[in-house]
Ligand binder design. Sequence first.
Ligand SMILES: C[S@@+](CC[C@H](N)C(=O)[O-])C[C@H]1O[C@@H](n2cnc3c(N)ncnc32)[C@H](O)[C@@H]1O
Length: 329
Amino acid sequence: MTDPGFPGAGFGPWDEDPQVRHVPVLLKEAMDFLRVRPGGTYVDCTLGMGGHAEAIFRQLGPSGQLLGFDRDPEALALAKERLERTRERMPAGAPRLELIGEAFSAISRHIAPGSVDGMLADFGVSSLQLDEARRGFSFQAEGPLDMRMDPRSGPTAEQVVNEASERELADLIYEFGEERRSRTVARAIVRGRPITTTRQLARIVASAVPPMKNSPIHPATRTFQALRIYVNRELDEIRVLLEAAPRLLKPSGRLVVISFHSLEDRIAKDSLRNGAKQGIWTVLTKKPVTAGEEEIERNPRSRSAKLRAAERQGQGTGDREQGANSLSR
Ligand SMILES: C[S@@+](CC[C@H](N)C(=O)[O-])C[C@H]1O[C@@H](n2cnc3c(N)ncnc32)[C@H](O)[C@@H]1O
């Protein structure tokens, strides 16, 4: 199922008060599973606007440390500002803070094996990214077709839409958007080239594929999701992270992941299940945890969120130096 809260959805959540949208999703549940230990080392792989990170930071105490990743320099700067403000309000001393402006697939280059007590990843785009028309993630507003989380690297959605072959477009829209009418969409895109803006693309897709019966989502939603995932190599990033996580965690260290559509959730589910069979993980969530009615009411984006958590089994990797600093550089 495609996330109906995705920016292309064309209804509900994206028209509301921005303050409401800046609430971290499944915060209490994430913190309960993470079970932050004062003095421990924790990693927020997706800082975004720093909501989850702040909650972790507050619980760590002066001897703890928080490492945070975001490949979006704007998100990183905002999270830094927020956490530094929080630090100023901690008279007894704040945890150590290290923020890294890279993709979380680079995590093993920054963190020593067996040195982490808990990791959190809240996948997807942030409200900050969605709300900025110039980032090109949403067709709620007219903007350039960019969609890169890291504007310093990689092709833009505009390049993909204008340069990929019809076949390549159809395949990626099918694979990453789960759009059954991907061939029709790809044909319309190729005919409509050059395409430079979000709304132009949305119009072309909508004119090729009318809304599905009984579906509340805009017909371009799946295409936008597909392009975003492709441009940011989102699923490969998640696979690399989930493979690295057991190496980085201490025994009994915890991993919490929050997904927003079925492609992400399937990777998380399979990876944790396979890890459990191999004695790597104890899965703590038999079924994914979802938001309650009250949270959905307050923060409609949480409607499609699924949280999964696992605990690292075993005696550790054996390659951790005693007392090693968690930063491997
Ligand atoms: C849903 S937001 C996180 C929101 C955050 N938990 C909060 O409380 O504000 C996801 C963030 O992760 C970042 N992100 C997504 N994929 C990433 C990746 N592979 N590497 C680094 N950052 C990534 C995005 O740039 C975005 O800022």
